[in-house]
Design a binder for this molecule. Structure first.
Ligand code: SAH
Length: 213
């Protein structure tokens, strides 16, 4: 077996041992090569279960956390999904394998542009990436079946709760940026919102406004 094939096999095995057991999620994570989303000196560490630095002082999340969040989102093939925090584009690419359509927003133009290049190279036409302050959501395309936020807010942003379809699920980290945050699953039922705390996580903060680059 080649080095890369062996590293990828270990990568998938590590995901399983960390609790990513959903066959569709594992299939998507096998199909999407994380190495495409990490640049420069960190590229060789793409198959380790670690967050890694990307441009604009941001990070690509730890693969097991990507897997657990995707699993908690319970995406089905007809779903329209909104992601806040495009970053490298890795999470959006995985969602593109599971959903009908993915909208992803980031406050850094440069990250959106670079992620779009990777989506084009990998042939993922069902992702639309946009530069925007994601805390306002994307009212033009609402409501969404699923919403995932990959930056931490102190509370779930009101506009995102409002843009979740009844029957929809939102997964997001909440808490202060310099402490341990909680991964929360919000389910919107006909009578209101239900909140489940999933596990402690650590994400970069959700920042207001558009970035300088
Ligand atoms: N999901 C990404 C990792 C995201 S890191 C991946 O798979 O690689 C968090 C991202 O959230 C950063 O790129 C940051 O720029 C973005 N972000 C922070 N606050 C934001 C906001 N208000 N609106 C949109 N994006 C935001």
């Amino acid at each position: 077996m080649s080095d890369t094939a062996e590293r990828k096999m270990r990568f998938l095995f590590a995901l399983r041992t960390k609790g990513v057991t959903d066959a569709r999620v594992l299939g998507a994570m096998e199909a999407i090569d994380r190495g495409e989303f990490v640049r420069g000196i960190f590229a060789e560490r793409a198959y380790e279960d670690m967050p890694l630095p990307i441009a604009c002082g941001q990070t690509i999340s730890q693969p097991s956390v990507v897997g657990l969040m995707t699993q908690a989102l319970e995406v089905s093939p007809r779903d329209k999904v909104l992601e806040i925090g495009t970053g490298s584009g890795y999470q959006a690419a995985i969602l593109s394998q599971l959903a009908r359509r993915v909208y992803t927003l980031d406050r850094h133009r440069r990250l959106v542009r670079e992620a779009e290049e990777v989506f084009a190279r990998l042939g993922l036409p069902n992702i639309t990436a946009m530069t925007a302050d994601g805390s306002h959501g994307l009212p033009d395309q609402a409501p969404f079946d699923r919403i995932i936020v990959t930056a931490a807010a102190e509370d779930p942003p009101g506009p995102l709760l409002a843009q979740l379809r009844i029957g929809g699920i939102m997964v997001l980290p909440v808490g202060q940026s310099d402490t341990v945050q909680s991964l929360i699953k919000v389910t919107r039922g006909p009578a209101g919102y239900e909140y489940d705390e999933l596990r402690p996580v650590r994400f970069v903060p959700l920042v207001e406004g558009i970035g300088q680059d």
